[in-house]
Design a protein around this ligand. Structure first.
Ligand SMILES: Cc1cc2nc3c(=O)[nH]c(=O)nc-3n(C[C@H](O)[C@H](O)[C@H](O)COP(=O)(O)O)c2cc1C
Length: 276
């Protein structure tokens, strides 16, 4: 405990200050999700999951599927960037101005593929095939889903789409102009007016939590960060602007995705558009 705080019991104010500190939800959460060598239960549970072929088979297909929805097959060919990797990293910036011009479908496809697409398929010793992605994921459980709200993408009718990384397709969840919903949720009216699309990263928490318990929430947020950084660098590489957005009215975006905000919730947005 910091020297700046009065000793416990020194005064009513001191006790109150301690109580406030202990009751901070984020501190309580962090404390309760720490791993300790003395706690073997979580380790044994994870071992038992890793040894079960039935569970492993189930876990190796971790994507939400929109069966029967109109589907757009995305181009797979990657256009090599004219910029070297070092320049891409140094030039990534959060953009607040966009060109207002449409984004090519091939550009969006490349950003999705590099953002969280399947980069390798490996067969484990037990014969189960795993589709590994460009972004790492604790236990390969891939709890983060990618939605795309498109309003200015060539070849895509305006609407809400869901990205299936295994098939590299976009399923049209709902047609419509949802830019205004995002503008009201983020207050980024001008940015969205000029941009072309916005990716919404959501998390299906149970996919990781059933294995890692309370620790899973940390993993999920870390994974969303990995994916968002991939997206931002991929966008920079093809001359597309990106803006990561963590400040939004949760309920509004969850309603847009039609998720309950508890079992699945929106975590992070990435606005995409042409560089001005
Ligand atoms: C987790 C996170 C949340 C952010 N949320 C917002 C946001 O809600 N609105 C916004 O305009 N920028 C947002 N940003 C962008 C930051 O303002 C930006 O990254 C920062 O100013 C540094 O600039 P740079 O990204 O160009 O290096 C966010 C960035 C991060 C990493």
């Amino acid at each position: 405990m910091s020297d700046l705080l009065p000793p416990v019991g020194a005064s009513v104010e001191g006790e109150q200050a301690d109580a406030e500190l202990l009751l901070s939800p984020s501190e309580l959460y962090h404390e309760n999700s720490k791993l300790h060598p003395s706690n073997r239960r979580l380790g044994l549970w994870i071992d038992s999951i890793n040894r079960s072929p039935e569970i492993r088979r189930f876990l190796s297909r971790p994507t939400t599927r929109f069966y029967g929805y109109p589907t757009v097959v995305l181009p797979r060919d990657l256009r090599p960037s004219p910029l070297p990797f070092e320049t891409i990293v140094m030039e990534r910036r959060s953009r607040h101005r966009f060109s207002g011009k449409p984004l090519a479908l091939a550009t969006l496809a490349q950003i999705l593929l590099l953002g969280d697409g399947v980069s390798a398929r490996v067969r484990a010793a037990d014969g189960i095939e795993w589709a590994l992605r460009t972004a790492p994921s604790g236990g390969g459980l891939y709890p983060v889903e990618l939605y795309c709200v498109a309003w200015r993408v060539d070849g895509l009718a305006p609407g809400l789409y869901h990205y299936d990384p295994t098939a590299h397709t976009l399923a049209q969840v709902r047609p419509g102009e949802f830019r205004q919903v995002l503008a009201e949720a983020t207050y980024l009216h001008r940015e969205l007016e000029e941009a072309a699309a916005c990716l919404v990263l959501s998390a299906v928490f149970g996919r990781s939590k059933f294995k890692y318990g309370e620790r899973a929430y940390r993993f999920v947020l870390l994974e969303a960060g990995h994916i968002a950084q991939n997206v931002l660098l991929a966008a920079t590489a093809v001359g597309c602007g990106g803006l990561p957005v963590g400040g939004f009215t949760d309920d509004r975006v969850n309603e847009l995705l039609d998720v309950d905000g508890v079992r699945e919730a929106a975590l992070y947005l990435v606005v995409l558009g042409g560089e001005p």
